[in-house]
Design a protein around this ligand. Structure first.
Ligand SMILES: NC(=O)c1ccc[n+]([C@@H]2O[C@H](COP(=O)([O-])OP(=O)(O)OC[C@H]3O[C@@H](n4cnc5c(N)ncnc54)[C@H](OP(=O)(O)O)[C@@H]3O)[C@@H](O)[C@H]2O)c1
Ligand SMILES: *[C@@H]1O[C@H](CO)[C@@H](O)[C@H](O)[C@H]1NC(C)=O
Ligand SMILES: *[C@@H]1O[C@H](CO)[C@@H](O)[C@H](O)[C@H]1NC(C)=O
Ligand SMILES: *[C@@H]1O[C@H](CO)[C@@H](O)[C@H](O)[C@H]1NC(C)=O
Length: 401
């Protein structure tokens, strides 16, 4: 099986989740038989810690992002909203490796310096421990030269907070100019060193686009066609990193269906654990959500609230406010719950401790309200927050081609 939502820590699962779990199991047995061997192999590496991190690249701004979130492995039914203890959504999903990844993780793109530490410390408060998140920023000195300025800050904040490594889920990403197989391991080692850890829980190919390692004389990135059109050599190196124990799970980000199929048509030793993509009310991608579910690829929703500039609008959507009013939850909780109910991991960014806490309290939405929000999201032309195609000088749209 590819992934399954897991019961809550108290063993309480709503009937939908149970039915879904059984259906997943049956389907998995039928269609993913061949993957079972890989799953078993990877189970060997399984242990309990979990957490998730992300990054983004906005090359037009000098500052891009790396976000990371940490969560304690045991979240003690944190997905329950107050007053609705009978309905619940999965707190975790199970990856092909057997690892449990939290369904809601904290993203921290655009978090300022110093805010990382605040967020990590919120992690270590006994009340919020299960939620934790911290953020990092990446500084683009030029479009092709990316320096992960804050991985060190993240590592330091984790150490200062006293959180044990196995209690957090740590994700990082491979940047575009390190896709050449000979460059992957040193890029990973650099992240591990800066974070002060021996392994990552998840390592993602940030984009399905490769650049040459060095920028051109004008400082711009140079598109590397072969490794973009065929990411398998990069993936094989990532598989090797799993074998070496430097990462426990590997995945992709910003891949469309054609690109996923091109990658998975190869004889993979390790299947992609997740695809991290933009999903929000303004860009809900119902086809990708459906396809991914049918094909057992877990999605992670980035910019789930519509990102900084649109979060206000998102929280004012009538269908969102209606859910919030009816269930006695906040609009942000309504949106985040909608994402989990769609079957995705959600990565809301916040550096505000009270919001971090708020964002982790999700609850199952009544089906009619869920469908109304889903329909409203699909009723307007999709609009992305993140699309660097033009700023990278590509003569195609990375999401369309
Ligand atoms: N893979 C990729 O290419 C990629 C691309 C983009 C983003 N990402 C990841 O996705 C994460 C989230 O995306 P994002 O930062 O673009 O957008 P987002 O999570 O949709 O929105 C973040 C904004 O929402 C505000 N907010 C959070 N919770 C709130 C609440 N409960 N009530 C009111 N406002 C709230 C935050 O404010 P405060 O922080 O001030 O509380 C911030 O301004 C990023 O951190 C990054 O890790 C990945
Ligand atoms: C979860 O609950 C158990 C029992 O109440 C407690 O011992 C444990 O410390 C809690 N874990 C977290 C992460 O809060
Ligand atoms: C790209 O692949 C083609 C076909 O295999 C090969 O001829 C060409 O040399 C490759 N280009 C680079 C830059 O490696
Ligand atoms: C993926 O696409 C590239 C470029 O078209 C092609 O060379 C490669 O063979 C494809 N991979 C598979 C496994 O089909």
């Amino acid at each position: 099986m590819f992934y399954t939502p897991l019961p809550n820590d108290d063993g309480d699962v709503d009937s939908n989740a149970k039915a879904h779990h059984r259906a997943e199991k049956r389907r998995a047995l039928k269609s993913h038989f061949s993957r079972l061997f890989a799953v078993l192999l990877l189970m060997y590496f399984a242990f309990t810690g979990l957490r998730s991190v992300l990054r983004l690249s906005k090359t037009t701004s000098f500052r891009g992002s790396l976000s990371s979130g940490c969560h304690s492995a045991q979240r003690n039914a944190s997905t329950k909203a107050a007053g609705s203890s009978s309905s619940s959504l999965p707190t975790h999903y199970q990856l092909p490796s057997g690892d449990r990844i939290p369904s809601v993780a904290l993203g921290v793109w655009k978090a300022g310096k110093g805010e990382v530490g605040t967020a990590v410390k919120a992690c270590n408060n006994p009340n919020t421990r299960r939620l934790v998140a911290y953020s990092t920023d990446r500084q683009h000195l030029s479009p092709a030269t990316v320096i992960l300025t804050n991985e060190e800050e993240v590592g330091q904040a984790i150490r200062e907070s006293g959180i044990t490594r196995s209690d957090i889920w740590l994700t990082s990403k491979l940047w575009n100019n390190f896709h050449a197989p000979e460059d992957v391991e040193s890029a990973l080692d650099d992240s591990l060193n800066k974070l002060g850890t021996e392994y990552l829980d998840l390592y993602l190919m940030h984009w399905p686009i490769a650049f040459e390692k060095e920028p051109g004389p004008d400082g711009n990135s140079i598109y590397a066609e072969n490794l973009s059109e065929n990411p398998y050599p990069t993936w094989q190196k990532l598989e090797e990193m799993v074998e070496k124990g430097k990462v426990r799970n590997i995945g992709i980000s910003n891949f469309n269906i054609r690109r996923i199929q091109n990658l998975t048509a190869n004889p993979l030793k390790v299947q992609p654990a997740v695809n991290q993509v933009e999903l929000n009310f303004w860009n809900p991608q119902p086809e990708l959500v459906k396809w991914s579910k049918e094909n057992g690829l877990l999605l992670e929703a980035y910019s789930p609230l519509g990102s900084n500039n649109q979060v206000g609008n998102t929280l004012r959507i009538p269908e969102v406010k209606n859910i919030a009013d009816k269930l006695g939850i906040t609009p942000a909780q309504a949106v985040i719950s909608w994402h989990v109910q769609r079957g995705t991991i959600v990565l809301p960014k916040s550096v505000t401790p009270s919001r971090i806490e708020e964002n982790l309290q999700v609850t199952a939405l009544p089906q009619d309200l869920f469908e109304k929000l889903e329909a409203a999201a699909a009723a307007h032309p999709p609009q992305r927050v993140v699309n660097p195609s033009k700023s990278w000088g590509l003569n195609f749209d990375v999401f369309e081609y």
